[in-house]
Ligand binder design. Sequence first.
Ligand SMILES: [Ca+2]
Ligand SMILES: [Ca+2]
Length: 207
Amino acid sequence: MRIISSGISGVSNYRYLTDPFTDLLFNALLGFTFLFLVAIMLVNPVNKTGVVDPKAEFIITATWPEDRADDVDLWVEDPHGEIVSYLQRDAGWMHLDRDDRGEINDTVEIDGRTVVYPINQEIVTLRGTITGQYVVNVYYYQSVSGEPVPVTIKVERVNPEFKLAFVDQVVLEAQDVEKTVVRFTVTSGREIKDVRRTPKVLTPYFL
Ligand SMILES: [Ca+2]
Ligand SMILES: [Ca+2]
């Protein structure tokens, strides 16, 4: 790489040819970054404590250890018999955020680099509730580890105020095991009653 003198007499100051441009670029980048951060702060004011997205009435979450490459699926049936899963991510008022497939879809490309964001979680939101019984199942779709996988299920009520309605952990012993984690009944007052675990198959695989 070529180098040149700065031309300042009496000063031994050698610099790379690209330096002035790099400096300018760096300073411009700093300026833009600062302006961008200020813009973000103005657009997204810090949420007040306790304020939750009002578009969801209930949130059902299935989580399994983030270091596992195994694919677990969350299945939920509403009182009308509508079933939400990766096969149908919108059903009635239910919505599945994503099909988490273990580690397969945990990577994103940023500036040509592969960045891994290890998370093993599927979330079903209920945008509205129907009175009656909901059924929550988990299914061990693909076992990469060959090991049993522990899955934690949470049911959270968002409105009128946030409340953890149910939490439990089940172990799916092997691939293709389906378990009903919980059945619960939503009352007209949005309370959860009659929590039970009577098994019910929601997947269509063995029909
Ligand atoms: Ca999955
Ligand atoms: Ca994952």
